[in-house]
Ligand binder design. Structure first.
Ligand SMILES: Nc1ncnc2c1ncn2[C@@H]1O[C@H](COP(=O)(O)OP(=O)(O)O)[C@@H](O)[C@H]1O
Ligand SMILES: CC(C)(COP(=O)(O)O)[C@@H](O)C(=O)O
Length: 294
């Protein structure tokens, strides 16, 4: 590359909410991951990668601020030893269980592939993003879902192309979220007791989902998982109950301090009104699509 000019590329990767999951450890990060079920969102993260003149060291920016950005940094280190500038702008909150780190790492991998003319396939790029997530304990199954789109059932763990997935036919239903605060994925996954509870409840949720794999049963399994795994706080349980009182279904976005509810055209307005009693309501849709260059 000529160092007298800068080259850049930009990619969009969707956010993803896990409803329930089970951790599957493995020495090989391509095989490590989670099983479970979640929904890919219309909103996500745009990541621009720039190389060339004036860029002397690798910097990661998140919404204009320099951050450690360890997962995106790992992706860079896996693809090049040259300095790059990675700028992510988020359409969703970060550290709230919406898979921002997975979306950032996917965007970084796809944009770098373009800038460096690496000509890697999507399985290769998704694998790099997955390994970066696993190595930094920032995610286990988001990349597998984000690389597919829709309401994704992760039936066996691992990177896309290694693990396997199926989908619930979902349409582009409305998704409403209320964020109560931040929760570090790495902190939760670092607790043996938390992972034990997650795995017991996650196994049970998966068994129940596969008996009747539809959106309604997904929401029920997710709700029971959040309570069974001891992850839902009193505040989260209060919101879930308020939504159930109007005949709706809500659960906790894993792993975040966030409640999500899936609405239909007829229930949407009422759902939004109930949720607005607990905080600002974020409105997304289920996204049947995936990563794209922009
Ligand atoms: N797109 C991104 N670019 C850089 N850093 C990010 C990005 N998304 C998340 N992070 C950082 O990754 C770390 C782990 O985030 P995590 O708890 O996994 O968030 P999330 O639930 O949104 O995926 C946090 O320090 C966060 O600031
Ligand atoms: C739940 C989680 C382990 C983390 O998700 P997030 O906090 O959104 O990064 C996810 O990657 C999964 O395996 O289902």
């Amino acid at each position: 590359m000529n160092s007298h000019y800068a080259l850049s590329a930009r990619a969009f990767a969707p956010a993803h909410i896990t409803g329930f999951f089970e951790v599957h450890d493995h020495a090989d990060p391509m095989k490590k991951g989670s099983t479970g079920c979640g929904i890919v969102l219309s909103a996500g993260i745009e990541t621009t990668v720039t190389m060339g003149e004036g860029i002397e060291e690798t910097v990661i920016l998140l919404n204009g601020k320099e951050v450690e950005g360890i997962t995106s940094r790992t992706v860079v280190e896996m693809l090049t030893d040259r300095p790059v500038r990675v700028e992510s702008t988020t359409q969703v909150p970060v550290e709230c269980g919406l898979g921002a780190s997975g979306a950032g790492s996917l965007g970084t991998a796809y944009a770098l592939n373009r800038v460096l003319s690496l000509n890697l396939t999507t399985n290769k790029l998704n694998g790099i993003a997955h390994v970066a997530e696993v190595r930094n304990s920032s995610g286990l199954g988001d990349v597998a879902a984000q690389s597919l789109g829709g309401a994704v059932i992760r039936t066996s763990p691992g990177a896309p192309g290694v693990g396997s997935c199926d989908r619930i036919p979902s349409g582009e239903s409305d998704v409403y979220c209320v964020v109560l605060g931040k929760l570090s994925t790495g902190m939760v996954l670092g607790s043996r007791e938390a992972v034990r509870n997650i795995n017991d409840a996650g196994k049970e949720a998966m068994k129940r989902l596969m008996v009747r794999p539809c959106m309604e049963n997904f929401m029920r399994c997710a709700r029971d998982f959040s309570i069974g795994a001891n992850l839902a706080t009193d505040e989260i349980t209060d919101i879930i109950e308020a939504v159930e009182a109007i005949g709706g279904m809500a659960s906790q976005a894993m792993l975040g301090n966030t409640v999500f509810a899936v609405g239909t055209e007829s229930t949407g307005a009422e759902l939004k009104e109930v949720l607005s009693g607990f905080g600002q309501v974020l409105h997304y849709r289920i996204n049947p699509g995936s990563i794209r260059m922009i």
